[in-house]
Design a protein around this ligand. Structure first.
Ligand code: HEM
Length: 591
């Protein structure tokens, strides 16, 4: 009897395996003739290439680096497939911003890929704004848009100045003690201080010590499945579900507590305003979201203008669905906003030291607006809109985010959200591209290395964004084809709600620190400021033609560098600097 059962199970497994393999091979055959790297074996797909990428690049590198390597090495067009099935997805990479806008993100905006939504729902909750779709997304966006508007963000300039001055003090102390530290850690604390003010109008004092929200968030990042291990079996942890659940309880309680405090402060403000005592100019994102919610409710109940609308003045009066939306959204703002901006700042300091001429030009611009001997902080407080005039500073930040983009969007066809186009013709190659069964990655990293739009893409040239100073006036960036080519914040209806905050914050931080401080990259136990040569591409860097490439392929050299940068990108929620961007900071002597 037992033998019969075992035989039946074995036969079932064999039949399933045969079916699975035949199905996989038939799916791969359908890809024949489409743009993709060579596939030597229909069973393995492109997994052989994954093995090569694991050899030539440092462990933990962001997979968009692999995608760029594959495109460069096999001279693939701007739209191409990579098949990691059955251990990963069938990817459709798009490095053409026009096609991506037309069919993926803007004119036709496809739903987010399940790879992205599964991760974010586990991390942030089901109501997080990055992954919800349809009417739920529209209502969240409508509720939160007013708080993120450029004009409202300007009212936080004062608080951003304050946070930047605290950041400067921290770095000044480190310069004086010559401490080796991770820049990203301290830039992150700065951005948390800013988010605390913007979201709740609360001083979280993150630069002094870790606020519970931040503490629980960090714990959560550690517990989450690692996004940088290509194969799931490299990261199995049986206790993970329980640890995530426990951490979620603590995190939600900490966010809830801050939300309740905010609602109490708002109740007091409303009372004061009603009594004509004060009218505060600065409104937090939660204040404005509640205002919008209350107005919507009033419209739903047909309350005429002039009648007083019901205000939420007590946390027990917040309906459960709204509370969940608010809690998940607050977590989303912390997640999406803090390490993206801090990574951009960390890389910016690194690049400014590496490109002294750019540093000099940045200093010249800042000196023009904030002459030495005057208080930059005071001037920004008096006239925050002066920040919008810093063209070169903006170009430096854009160029930093071009080389080191923090995030991208992943999309997928989903039957619940029917699409008008499930395929398109790539006009450059005439190939019919199907979107079916793929995870679509209009990878900002690839777009940013597209030579039509950004010539000499490996080089740090902020002037390329300034039409009157660009060395590349004929680049597609300045043609209709390049209209939305620069998209570190994504484009279309799912673009980044926090982009104004990020840019205004980063510019204020640079205005208050970049002239005084010089950050020099130094990995513990390694020589400071290594400055490896900048290659033509990552594929050229590790090709067998170079001593370095031969060395890593033969196992003589441990790969540490990508595109000439020792501080490359690793995926931890967003793309972050490897090792936290370690180094020392020096006070600049100004002549
Ligand atoms: C340098 C800084 C930042 C970068 C590079 C960045 C980048 C992005 C990108 C690429 C997306 C699209 C993601 C996707 O489609 O899956 C996005 C969405 C989003 N970002 Fe940012 N972001 C930054 C700062 C911020 C800040 C400061 C906040 C808020 C405090 C924020 C909040 C969000 C939210 C809520 C979304 C989802 C928007 C929606 O789907 O409607 N981001 N961001």
């Amino acid at each position: 009897m037992l033998l019969k059962v075992v035989t039946a199970i074995a036969a079932g497994i064999v039949a399933w395996l045969v079916y699975f393999v035949r199905d996989l091979i038939s799916k791969r055959r359908k890809l024949a003739g489409l743009p993709q790297p060579p596939m030597k074996n229909l069973l393995l797909g492109h997994l052989e290439i994954a093995a090569e990428c694991q050899t030539v690049f440092p462990r933990g590198v962001h997979s968009h680096v692999w995608a760029d390597y594959i495109r460069e090495k096999w001279k693939l067009p701007e739209t191409f497939y990579v098949d990691w099935r059955p251990v990963g997805p069938l990817w459709l990479f798009i490095a053409d911003p026009e096609l991506s806008g037309e069919f993926i993100t803007t004119k036709q905006s496809l739903p987010k890929s399940q790879l992205e939504t599964d991760y974010l729902e586990l991390f942030l909750g089901k109501n997080n704004m990055v992954s919800v779709e349809g009417s739920h997304h529209k209502s969240l966006r409508m509720m939160f848009n007013p708080g993120f508007s450029a004009n409202n963000i300007m009212t936080y300039a004062d608080a951003i100045v304050e946070a930047s001055l605290r950041f400067f003090d921290v770095l000044e102390k480190k310069a004086k003690s010559n401490e080796l530290f991770e820049m990203e850690e301290y830039a992150t604390r700065l951005t948390i201080d800013v988010i605390g003010v913007a979201v709740f109008d609360a001083d979280l004092q993150a630069q002094k010590g870790l606020h519970p929200i931040v503490q629980h968030f960090r714990e959560r990042v550690q517990i989450m499945p690692a996004a940088d291990r290509p194969f799931f079996w490299q990261d199995v942890q049986p206790t993970r579900p329980f640890r995530l659940w426990w951490n979620n309880r603590k995190l939600n309680a900490a966010v809830d507590a801050e939300l309740n405090k905010k609602i109490q402060r708002r109740a007091k403000d409303l009372e004061d305003e009603a009594g004509g005592i004060v009218k505060r100019k600065k409104k937090s994102i939660i204040d404005l979201a509640l205002n919008t919610y209350e107005k919507e409710m009033a419209m739903g109940q047909n309350i005429q203008s002039g009648d007083s609308i019901n205000r939420i003045t007590d946390s027990s009066a917040v309906p459960a669905a709204l509370r969940q939306d608010l809690i998940d959204s607050i977590k989303t703002f912390f997640f999406a906003g803090h390490d993206t901006t801090s990574s951009a700042l960390s890389w910016c300091y690194y690049l400014l030291h590496r490109y002294p001429e750019t540093q000099r030009r940045l200093t010249a611009e800042l000196d023009g607006f904030f002459p030495p001997g005057t208080s930059t902080a005071q001037k920004i407080r008096q006239d925050p809109y002066i920040i919008n005039k810093l063209e070169y500073t903006t170009a430096v930040l854009k160029e930093t985010m071009r080389i080191f983009p923090s995030a991208s969007t992943l999309r997928q066809l989903k039957s619940k959200y029917p699409a008008n186009h499930t395929n398109f013709t790539d006009p450059r190659t005439g190939t019919q591209i199907t979107l079916e069964d793929t995870h679509i990655w209009p990878a900002v990293y690839l777009i940013n290395r597209n030579k039509r739009i950004f010539p000499r893409p490996m080089e740090f040239i902020p002037e390329r964004f300034l039409p009157d100073r660009t060395p590349f006036p004929d680049a597609d960036l300045f043609k209709p084809a390049g209209k939305n080519a620069f998209q570190p914040f994504s484009v279309g209806p799912r673009n980044c709600i926090g982009q104004e905050l990020a840019m205004i914050e980063a510019k204020i931080v640079l205005a208050l620190t970049a002239r005084e401080l010089d950050f020099v990259l130094e990995f513990p136990g390694e020589e400071a400021d290594p400055q490896p040569p900048i290659p033509e591409s990552s594929a050229a860097e590790v090709s067998e033609e170079t001593e370095y490439g031969r060395g890593v392929r033969e196992g003589r050299i441990t790969p540490k560098v990508i595109e000439g940068h020792r501080v490359w990108q690793t995926l931890k929620g967003s793309a972050k600097p490897a090792g936290g961007c370690p180094g020392r900071v020096y006070l600049r002597r100004r002549g």
